[in-house]
Design a protein around this ligand. Structure first.
Ligand code: HEC
Length: 337
């Protein structure tokens, strides 16, 4: 137990245990304590860990471009895809972080950094996090507030602290420690761990696209979901059901990020379509867990229907919180004054 943990952190921890409605209520009660300045309902969960001073269009409406150099070797490329999906899966992390929906990509947006990240009790200045904070970890809480800047994982390798030289085998134990100790997550499968290391190694400053940032929208999230599902299919076909389950969880996390922005009444049909698509993913996970013969077929069928789903969702995107205008309205509504 971390005795120097700040009170708001404890209260926020409680918040994440509750429902969305309870969250609104607790945030309102925090107003009295003056603990958190950003109050009211948070229609997008990400609002809870974005600095109040951040430009919402940047922090919630866009992400830095990914700098990924996919290896030519197909075996290694498949590992990178497993890692890429795992990097975007909340269930990989346990404890408060996992329950809050935080995943590697929350801090390392698209494998990069996140100058707007601010999580009370975990961050110091925006863009920092104390990954040894016991709010996230029952193992490593060191009783000291020492938030560090979130590093850009696509920085030149020489600028990073942990050696990524495969021969040195430093990266795998580091990531293992992050998941199981700092974030209290369950033991990852060997393929997930290897994949995460392969993904981090494949992040490369020479692979950065010309555009520094890209809009966060249905297209990007559906592309992520499809990549995760293709990785799920490859893993399932090679008999790695447990890893495939994580890949499907990644796709479900991406659908969740779309769903929360489609709350407007006019988008009821899109929401229903999203939930039905999520249900089919849940069924695929059950089939994988039960080692059923139809599991790979379910994954393929989902992929085949993801195109039409995306077209339908895109038709409603302007009425969703992916619209920059509606997003900034929602952020303003949430802020006092
Ligand atoms: C709450 C925010 C947060 C989350 C979530 C997070 N990280 Fe980090 N990560 C950090 C911070 C902050 C550091 C720098 C720590 C330091 O300097 O001591 C870091 C450091 C790293 C490094 C070392 C970079 C170097 O300099 O060599 C790697 C690799 C990394 N993270 C990968 C991951 C992976 C993989 C996950 C998911 C399992 C993850 N991170 C989740 C904030 C986060």
């Amino acid at each position: 137990m971390d005795r120097r943990r700040r009170r708001p952190a404890e209260e926020l921890a409680g918040l994440f245990r509750g429902s969305v409605f309870l969250a609104g209520f607790l945030l309102a009660s925090l107003a009295g304590a003056g603990a958190v300045a950003a109050l009211g309902d948070a229609p997008i969960r990400g609002m809870l860990w974005v600095a109040r001073t951040a430009d919402p269009a940047r922090a919630l409406g866009s992400v830095p471009s990914e700098c990924l150099k996919v290896p030519a070797d197909p075996v290694l490329a498949a590992k990178v895809e497993v890692g890429r999906a795992a990097f975007r899966t909340a269930v990989l992390l346990g404890g408060q972080a996992g329950r809050a929906g935080i995943n590697c990509e929350t801090c390392h947006r698209n494998g990069r950094t996140n100058p707007d990240f601010l999580f009370p009790g975990v961050s110091g200045a925006p863009g920092t996090a104390d990954v040894t904070n016991s709010l996230f970890s029952t193992h490593r809480g060191n009783g000291i507030d020492d938030p560090k800047p979130i590093p850009d994982l696509a920085a030149p390798k020489s600028k990073l602290k942990i050696s990524q030289d495969p021969a040195e085998k430093k990266l795998e134990p580091f990531i293992h420690g992050l998941i199981t100790e700092e974030f209290d997550g369950p033991e990852p499968t060997p393929a997930v761990l290897e994949g995460l290391a392969a993904y981090v190694r494949a992040l490369d400053p020479t692979a950065c696209p010309a555009r520094a940032r890209q809009p966060l929208g249905v297209g990007l999230l559906m592309a992520d979901a499809r990549r995760a599902m293709r990785a799920a299919h490859v893993e399932a076909a090679s008999g790695n059901a447990a890893t495939a389950v994580v890949m499907v969880a990644s796709a479900r996390s991406r659908l969740g990020l779309i769903d929360e922005r489609y709350a407007a009444p006019v988008l009821a049909r899109d929401r229903a379509a999203l939930r039905e698509a999520d249900q089919r993913l849940a069924e695929a996970q059950s089939a994988l867990r039960e080692h059923r013969a139809d599991a790979t077929q379910l994954l393929k069928a989902w992929l085949a229907r993801s195109g039409p789903l995306e077209v339908e969702l895109k038709a409603g995107e302007k009425a969703s919180l992916f619209s920059p205008a509606l997003l900034s309205q929602a952020v303003r509504r949430r802020l006092p004054g």
